[in-house]
Design a protein around this ligand. Structure first.
Ligand code: NAD
Length: 339
């Protein structure tokens, strides 16, 4: 069977993780890599003996290419995804799918019109602990979920923000902590907890105020469709990148994700349900899901089906974080919009 020919666009921090994941997939091959900084593309191309591009328009114009992985700064996601779909290329789109829902809706319309497949990157959903938590919640053994809380305490320094000009600015990053780092936590809080219809929240810049114009800290109350509430706190101002903490209060016990382990506590004691590997590719706090998710996307293209997250899946956390930004300005509870 012919492997899909894939090109990674953007060879910064995450691009090489996509390249490694493509190479591991039995259904895809790394045809080339693209970056406006030629040396970055050349270094990655040399590692995998593939082609180098410096203009993404040249990638889209090459009829041999089946798919593109968009691993560029946030402000380029919508433009690149729309052009890729119009060129008939399948898409793997890094988070966030876009800077706002207007852009996201345009991507959705063009993807539908052109019939290409679009996989969004929500790799933490494939962590063994998250899969196990989902399974336990769905099985209903502990009854309904009564409440959920999620804490993310990471560290981003001035050096991190100064390393790339697009970071830390509303126009190019679309926000700070929420749209970049905490998006994963918000995705898990809706993936595990169910649909979130409204939120009341705050953003602030507490540690990095001398270097970024966007937020480094946020908190919010999340209002779920089934009536429960969720508590969310996140910051980029901690001393280290701690693992996610999520606790789900169920009618008959507590499901807790802490220190990369999922446990359940009931009246009869505490049990370990799953442990996540520290890391397979990239940084520990990225999780190990990129290779699994990208492999699953190419398997779906080869065999049919849609065993990967799409634009609607990614829109839940985007809609939620945009509602937190809005609520922080209006000081009111705001509805979460979807695609
Ligand atoms: N899923 C995750 O856990 C995860 C982790 C890290 C980053 N990301 C996402 O990946 C994306 C990239 O993040 P990063 O940290 O790798 O950023 P980065 O700045 O390290 O890399 C981006 C690369 O894109 C290149 N680029 C810029 N404009 C380009 C253009 N017009 N054509 C081709 N290349 C261009 C830059 O030169 C740079 O090498 C972001 O959307 C980020 O949110 C996701």
């Amino acid at each position: 069977m012919t492997k899909r020919k894939a090109v990674v666009i953007g060879c910064g921090a995450i691009g090489p993780i996509h390249a490694a994941a493509i190479v591991r997939s039995a259904d895809a091959e790394l045809y080339g890599v693209c970056d406006i900084v030629e040396a970055r593309a050349a270094t990655l191309a040399e590692q995998y003996q593939c082609r180098t591009f410096t203009a993404y328009e040249d990638v889209l114009a090459d009829p041999a290419i089946d798919s593109v992985h968009i691993c560029t700064p946030h402000y380029l996601h919508a433009e690149m995804a729309i052009h890729a779909a119009r060129a008939g290329k399948h898409i793997v789109l890094e988070k966030p799918i876009a800077l706002n829902l207007v852009e996201a809706r345009t991507i959705k319309a063009v993807v539908k019109e052109t019939g290409v497949a679009c996989c969004t990157v929500l790799q933490n959903r494939l962590n063994p602990s998250v899969e196990k938590a989902k399974e336990w919640i769905a099985a209903g053994k502990l009854g309904n979920m009564l409440g959920i809380k999620g804490f993310l305490t990471w560290r981003r320094t001035a050096e991190y923000y100064h390393s790339e000009a697009w970071r830390g600015k509303w126009a190019t990053e679309g926000g700070g902590l929420l749209i970049n780092q905490a998006l994963h936590m918000l995705d898990l809080m809706s993936y595990l907890g169910g649909e979130i219809t409204a939120t009341k929240g705050n953003i602030d810049t507490r540690v990095l105020q001398d270097c970024i114009e966007v937020e480094d800290t946020a908190d919010a109350t999340l209002y779920y469709k089934d009536g429960k509430t969720g508590l969310f706190f996140a910051t980029n101002g901690h001393s280290q990148d701690s693992p996610f903490f999520i606790e789900m209060h169920m009618e008959k016990g507590i499901i807790r994700y802490m220190d990369n382990q999922l446990t359940v506590r009931t009246d009869s004691g505490s049990d370990l349900l799953a442990t996540d590997e520290k890391t397979v590719l990239g940084k520990a706090y990225w999780g190990s899901g990129h290779a699994l998710q990208i492999g699953s996307f190419y398997r779906s293209l080869a065999e049919g089906g849609c065993n990967y997250p799409g634009l609607e899946d990614a829109a839940a956390s985007l809609g939620l974080l945009l509602a937190i930004y809005k609520s922080s300005k209006t000081r009111k509870k705001e509805q979460v919009e979807t695609l």
